[in-house]
Ligand binder design. Structure first.
Ligand code: MSP
Length: 556
């Protein structure tokens, strides 16, 4: 019987959960906005693993390395394109390591496996007769790597005289006439409309509606040019059987999601558990058209499924302004005053539907108030030798808990911790990370109030109150344990530090391990457990020396 079950489960291989970030342009070093896209996707994949530990997760990211603007950036840096791409691509990998973006595959569009995938995909589109050759003319933006309809451009007067720019991106456009291969995007209007009828296929609703409006508007659905003359764009993949033409960089880039699935090698695809279609594709609002119109249309043309879901997020501004090299306000994640709190701020502050604003003051204040004070201090007090000299997570004595329960702060805390996992699960599923943090911080505020009300430092002084002291320590540490499990997708490093300190085994850090607090268990923890010894500071407060504009981290 057991053998049959095992045999069956090995035959019915479960699909992996596949989540993607866009691949990042290597024309400049990564900034705060790029990191945001990546940490949103990382939080999603971590939540999936937390709630579904047996499921295999594929989490892909990478770098978008072809095209004129990359070629121009390499020339400006006095490097060859391959050399330049490798340098910036590595900066992304280093950044992701530092900020715990735990991808399973990092794809570069200059890799051989990707070249193979793009050429194969092109041939599929061509063989289905969705590609044809034509003369093309229009306004082209090198910066956006896209043709822009005349009605979406306007004239601007600059120091160089009159120039035309894209209204949407503000980037300069140039009149371009050339012979190109075209893709029959116009043939997919009905298919795209139907796809967009699927409930929840684009999140949040605001962007779902915008995409639906776009596909109704023919301006977004002309046949599009999918190649450029190689004489103009030579840092690119050539069109199969036509060396004179380079494949449009967006088509090249979008195929990365198939490359990671093992495409076009069927055996490889099978061995990876047939990951495509992706479960969630995280993209910024600026590239929604490419992922919500072009990409599903390309896929449908190649007789493949469109993605199961697009999660579109808004942007980060800096002190109220759009981040831009020319304004000089680009925030580089590794250079901020409290880089170790940045991931927390990014997920704690932003809602995916609306733009969020970054400032150093906000970063420092949030880190100090919530990570250092609300969480860090509570951990220090409950494990510190002053109140907890034996260094223990004491067992719970339900009878004594009932005695403490007469006090309002205890009742409130016990209830909040009990409902917390369910509330946070819902927020995670809706990608509302800020609401997860709100709920956790509320529970921690209640735990702080509980601590202050029950005054464990007074209990400590009275030998007859040692059992009550243990109850206070237990309830506080249990709250901290549950909050730390819940926060893992948001701040994996900080959660790990706490859970390690409490000696919670790795196998007991899953979602199910936080669902029932010990005071709701039939057989509440009756065993006292040791916590890890040694000095412990979870998150040092950040102090700003205004006169020297320097910051330092100090233990409060
Ligand atoms: N290379 C394309 C994507 C191709 S995917 C097939 C690209 N790259 S990008 O480097 O310009 O942008 C990558 C991601 O960073 C996008 O999701 C974009 O929205 C995001 N961000 C860039 N600036 C941003 C902010 N200021 N704020 C938040 N995210 C932003 O587009």
């Amino acid at each position: 019987m057991r053998l049959t079950t095992r045999l069956l489960s090995s035959l019915v291989q479960k699909r992996p959960f596949y989540v993607t970030t866009p691949i990042f342009y290597v024309n400049a070093a990564p900034h705060l906005g790029h990191l945001y896209t990546a940490v949103v996707a990382d939080a999603i994949q971590r939540f999936e693993k937390l709630t579904n530990p047996d499921c295999k997760v594929i989490f892909s990211t990478g770098t978008d390395e072809h095209g004129t603007k990359i070629q121009q950036a390499a020339a400006k840096a006095n490097q060859s394109p391959p050399e330049y791409c490798s340098t910036i691509s590595k900066e992304y990998r280093d950044l992701f390591k530092e900020f715990h973006v735990d991808y399973t595959d990092f794809v570069r569009t200059t890799e051989e496996r990707h070249l193979k995938a793009v050429k194969h995909f092109w041939k599929e589109l061509r063989d289905q007769d969705y590609i044809y050759k034509a003369k093309y003319s229009g306004w082209y933006s090198v910066n956006d790597e896209a043709f822009v309809p005349e009605t979406h451009t306007r004239e601007e007067v600059t120091n160089d005289g009159k120039v035309r720019v894209s209204i949407e991106s503000g980037h300069r456009v140039e009149w371009t006439e050339e012979s190109n291969y075209m893709f029959r995007l116009s043939a997919f209007k009905t298919h795209l409309k139907n796809w967009l009828k699927t409930d929840g296929v684009v999140k949040p609703v605001k962007f779902h509606k915008q995409l639906q409006e776009m596909v109704e508007d023919d301006v977004y659905l002309p046949d599009i040019s999918v190649s450029r003359p190689a004489s103009r764009v030579h840092w690119a993949i050539r069109v199969p059987d036509d060396e004179e033409q380079s494949i449009y960089v967006w088509l090249d880039a979008l195929v990365n999601y198939l490359t990671v699935s093992g495409y076009p090698d069927d055996e490889l695809v099978k061995s990876r558990g047939r990951p495509w279609p992706a479960d969630v594709q995280v993209v910024g609002k600026d590239i929604m058209k490419f992922h919500g119109i072009y990409w599903p249309a390309f896929l449908m043309a190649a007789r493949r499924h469109p993605p199961r879901r697009l999660l579109v997020h808004s942007h980060w501004t800096v002190n109220g302004n759009k981040m831009s090299k020319s304004v000089g306000n680009v925030v580089h994640p590794r250079g901020v005053p409290a880089a170790h709190a940045l991931r927390y701020l990014l997920l704690r502050e932003a809602t995916v539907a609306d733009d969020a604003n970054y400032s150093e003051t906000k970063l420092i204040n949030t880190a100090n108030a919530e990570l250092a004070d609300t969480l860090g201090n509570l951990v220090s007090r409950s494990i510190g030798s002053a109140l907890n000299p034996r260094g223990e997570f004491p067992a719970l004595r339900p009878a004594l808990l009932t005695k403490c329960c007469q006090l309002q702060p205890t009742v409130l805390l016990l209830h909040q911790v009990q409902v917390l996992p369910e509330i946070c699960h819902k927020h995670y599923t809706n990608y509302q990370f800020y609401k997860v943090v709100d709920a956790v911080i509320r529970a921690l505020h209640m735990a702080n109030l509980f601590f202050e009300t029950l005054k464990p430092w007074e209990l400590k002084k009275k030998p007859e109150c040692q059992k009550e002291l243990d109850v206070v320590l237990h309830v506080t540490l249990e709250t901290i344990r549950i909050c730390s499990i819940i926060l893992q997708p948001i701040v994996p490093d900080i959660s790990k530090k706490v859970l390690d300190k409490l000696q919670i085994p790795e196998c007991s850090r899953n979602w199910t391990d936080c669902e029932v607090p010990s005071w709701n268990m039939e057989d509440a923890i009756h065993e006292t457990k040791k916590i890890q010894g040694g000095k412990f500071v979870l998150f040092p407060r950040i102090y700003v020396d205004k006169s020297q504009k320097r910051t330092s981290a100090k233990t409060a």
